[in-house]
Design a protein around this ligand. Structure first.
Ligand SMILES: [Fe+2]
Ligand SMILES: [Fe+2]
Length: 145
């Protein structure tokens, strides 16, 4: 295994940890979800704070994840078998669609509760992706050349 490839794996793992952290931070932002279908139940000062925090974290999460997947796809171009690359890129496309949908939900109505619910739904998709496609990619990167 080359030092370059090891560096790539370290960088990808750091990205994954950051992405998981962002999702956890977003879902932890609202403490009123059991009582509310939207943000109307909270007083306006609280709503403004939430609105800003959720908006910023959702934007960061979507951008970081899209960029990470693009970087991963670029590494795959030379380093993995075609079958893995095709399946992995297809999975990235599906994640990108879900991420765009989250961004649209929040931009459209600023409903933090809905945005958090959408982030909660993508947690499972991303966890499965890490366990399947990204773990397989790591194995290719760490295999003796
Ligand atoms: Fe990844
Ligand atoms: Fe991936």
């Amino acid at each position: 295994m080359s030092a370059d490839r090891q560096q790539i794996v370290i960088k990808l793992r750091q990205d994954h940890a950051y992405i998981v952290d962002l999702m956890q931070r977003i879902t932890a932002l609202c403490t009123q979800r059991e009582n509310a279908e939207n943000c109307e139940g909270c007083e306006s000062g609280q709503r403004n704070i939430c609105h800003e925090n959720i908006g910023q974290l959702v934007r960061t999460f979507v951008e970081v994840t899209l960029r990470h997947n693009l970087i991963e796809s670029a590494y795959m171009a030379e380093l993995v078998p075609v079958a893995h690359r095709v399946a992995h890129n297809r999975a990235h496309m599906a994640i990108a669609e879900q991420l765009q949908a989250i961004r649209v939900i929040y931009a459209a109505n600023g409903n933090g509760v809905l945005a958090i619910a959408a982030v909660e739904r993508i947690i499972g998709t991303i966890a499965a992706h890490l366990a399947e496609h990204d773990r397989e990619l790591e194995a290719y990167l760490l295999a003796p050349v």
